[in-house]
Write a protein that binds this ligand. Structure first.
Ligand code: 5AD
Ligand code: SF4
Length: 475
């Protein structure tokens, strides 16, 4: 059943089809579109929705910058994402001069920041359409308005209660997909802009998530990644609360679905129930991405993370006791205000004790409007660089050592794509998320195969298929 907003947007898609059709006839060619994603998996999923609408309306997808419609789905979690956007945008201007049909649109997290929108409205006047994260479901409606009026449109909302998910979607992979289970974040970590640009937490109904996943499986999806800024808060605000662990159990029952992943649980409220469900599941990958951010209890407190070093270490011990083969990956921020050499040593101590399978290390980026941006003890650049190098070396050593544990073992991998540098290889992924390159042909893509991991390359493996007929990861 469609909700009223979904019905309304589908009507706009029909109008858009007509506009695109008329343009095709007058230009005597197809219109092209390019969708570029910055940032996280949530944005990647949102971009699939944008592309789904564009393709349904008649646009043809292209990689090239001279498309008739270019949209950048932006990220603002760190300043370097903002700077990359401005760089890309500047480079588009000459294309727009050459092609009078060209329209340029911006959406996503950066557009929720009034200072960014002001800057674009002043310095990048050639942008035709700006909208934010809350009204992304109005994309078709906004496009119709842009083409019909021929005017620049800026429409950014502060919040929304609407969830309109049953609209066209064009997936990047046929065999795996993200599934949004909730939107927004209420945690307000003091460095983080997400609660301001993505709004308050809203969970989708479990039956809607299950139905979407069932539909995906019918079209050939074997792996889903359940997406939310803090999946542990899932379902807490329902009249009859449903825990994330319960949701996982419902999704696990779907026949034909082979692998379930999720992103991201917050260490402060990762429940025993969740650990038990992951431990006993045949489908939920034994891989937990558990953002540490800092190993120093003093910094964690200033970050408003609501756990300390000892609690994080105890949680990891508990997870490992129940799921001995688990891969644990993490995010670490270096250079948070007030961070000293001793604090960095605490982070390194946690890395030494946990032995992460992989870690993303970020330099703290000051985000206007967050509490941390107003803190007085910002760390100087030279110190941050030194701390960053120390942490990076440690996480790389840890990742290399942990990944090596799989050498010469036999693993079930999901074949994902043709290797970019050598097309005779296929890039595949283990349950732990470790990448394995195998000799093979594109017909393997989307299939599970058993491989022997023959050669270790630091962070990934080369492997050999040992049984090509293997089809189910648990079979
Ligand atoms: N500076 C640096 N890294 C940040 N992250 C979030 N906000 C910031 C910031 N202001 C990192 C966190 C989070 C990941 C998605 O991005 O580590 O887990
Ligand atoms: Fe940002 Fe913290 Fe929410 Fe993650 S949990 S999105 S780091 S505020």
């Amino acid at each position: 059943m469609l909700n009223p907003e979904e019905t309304r947007q589908l009507e706009y898609i029909e109008k858009l089809k007509k506009i695109v059709g008329d343009k095709e006839r007058s230009l005597n060619r197809k219109l092209t579109c390019q969708v570029t994603t910055f940032g996280c998996q949530m944005n990647a999923r949102d971009s699939e929705k944008l592309l789904g609408i564009l393709k349904t309306a008649g646009f043809e997808e292209t990689d090239s910058d001279d498309a008739d419609f270019v949209i950048y789905n932006t990220c603002t979690v760190r300043d370097n994402a903002n700077q990359r956007l401005y760089g890309r945008l500047g480079a588009l201007k000459p294309f727009k001069k050459k092609n009078p049909e060209m329209k340029i649109a911006l959406c996503g997290c950066m557009m929720q920041e009034p200072t960014c929108v002001d800057k674009i409205n002043k310095s990048y006047r050639f942008v035709d359409l700006i909208f934010g994260t809350h009204n992304i479901f109005c994309f078709a409606e906004l496009l119709v308005k842009m083409y019909e009026t021929g005017e620049r449109i800026t429409e950014v909302w502060d919040a929304t209660d609407t969830i309109a998910e049953q609209l066209p979607i064009s997936r990047k992979y046929s065999f795996k997909s993200g599934v949004n289970i909730m939107f927004g974040c209420d945690n307000f970590c003091t460095y983080c802009i997400v609660p301001y640009v993505r709004g308050r937490e809203r969970s989708r109904k479990p039956e809607d998530i299950v139905r979407e996943t069932e539909e995906l499986v019918k079209t050939g999806v074997v792996e889903v990644m359940l997406l939310g800024q803090n999946v542990n808060s899932y379902g807490k605000n329902f009249d009859e609360p449903v825990s994330f662990a319960e949701l996982l159990q419902r999704i696990e029952k779907i026949d034909g679905l082979e692998r379930i992943r999720f992103m991201t649980p917050h260490p402060k409220d990762l429940s025993d129930e969740l650990i038990n469900v992951v431990a006993s599941s045949k489908k939920i990958c034994h891989h937990i991405h558990l953002p540490l951010q800092s190993g120093s209890s003093k910094i964690l407190k200033k970050m408003n993370r609501r756990y300390d070093k000892e609690q994080y270490l105890a949680l990891v011990d508990k997870i490992r006791a129940k799921i001995p083969d688990v891969s644990i990956t993490t995010d670490i921020i270096v250079g948070f205000p007030g961070e000293t050499y001793e604090d960095v040593l605490d982070t390194i101590d946690v890395i030494d004790k946990v032995r992460f399978d992989n870690a993303f290390t970020f330099i703290y980026s000051k985000r206007t409007g967050t509490p941390a941006a107003a803190m007085e003890d910002q760390v100087d650049e030279a110190c941050v660089k030194k701390y960053f190098d120390m942490v990076l070396k440690k996480v790389q050593d840890s990742a290399r050592e942990r990944t090596k544990r799989f050498e010469n073992t036999v693993q079930t991998v999901l074949c994902e794509e043709v290797n970019e540098s050598d097309p005779s290889f296929i890039d595949t992924r283990m349950e732990s998320n470790t990448v394995v390159h195998i000799k093979g042909t594109p017909d393997l893509i989307g299939k599970f195969v058993k491989v022997k991991l023959t050669e270790f390359h630091g962070f990934y493996y080369t492997g050999e298929i040992i049984n090509e007929n293997e089809s189910g990861q648990n079979g």
